[in-house]
Design a protein around this ligand. Sequence first.
Ligand code: F6P
Length: 325
Amino acid sequence: MEKEIKRIGILTSGGDSPGMNTAIRAVTRTAVSNGFEVYGIKKGYDGLINKEYRRLWAGDVSDILNKGGTMLHTARSQKMYTDEGVKKAAENYFEMGLCALIVIGGDGSFKGALKLSEYGVNVIGIPATIDLDISCTEYTIGFDTAVNTGTEALCKLKDTSSSHERCSVVEVMGRKNGSIALWCAIAGGADDALILEEKSEKSVENLISQIMRNKDKGRKNSLIVICEGFGNTNEIAKEIEEKTGIQTRATILGHIQRGGCPTVLDKMRASVMGYKAVLAIMDNKKNQVVSYINGKYTLIPIGMAFEKINKYDEEIYNILKTLSV
Ligand code: F6P
């Protein structure tokens, strides 16, 4: 009797993050070693809908370990917001003869995966986003690299703002979650961070009073981190300069934080998560996310992936406030 060949599809979706390639490599090599055929689907769900895919062999994922971005390309698929798009993606999954689809991405990508599971698709999620904002996991691939990039930039800015006795205001990514801002602020020795979660009418006023207090004590240079979406960083910098009399410069780091060679931590987490995703398929698990909780890798049903509220760590915020006195 002929042995049934099992096929796995893999895609990366949403904003890219350093370590996605590492996860693709781990999935491909674990799957190939265990007798699966692997199909790399291009440009996220759009590639599944438009039938853009190719077979991946172990050699196809050589030399991608140290590369940021994703060799499969990615997209924020608008079609997946429509019933028609989800149905087409599910139809193509069955036409390809897949037994599972590994989705490497963030919150939005998992919402798409959940919809696909309702059509009978078996989805296994690997959390990857620099934002660290997926409820079911304490780690998302790319976060560590992003905060290292952000921190390096802060350290450099600290040098020049100190030489010129200026205030440096640095905007970091993180959509609605302040984790990147807080980690960068602590590791980069910032004086304060403005994050959406703590935003009030008085946030900027309070910050300006703090800069003034520091100025009165003789300190003229300051380093402030602002989470994107908090407000207009250039305008805030202008207001600081006008009200404190200290020359202020704004730097928006933007997509720099999404690129670059993943850190060791990201490469480790991505390798283990990729490996575990394939093991889940071999164990006949259906519709799970490979999560990292309390120092362990664990599977969480994709339906439960959004249950907790995404929250930055409040203690980290308090630590920043304490350390920057
Ligand atoms: O992927 C997460 C993220 O980098 C957020 O931090 C940011 O708000 C958003 O993506 C930017 O998206 P885009 O690359 O589509 O501009």
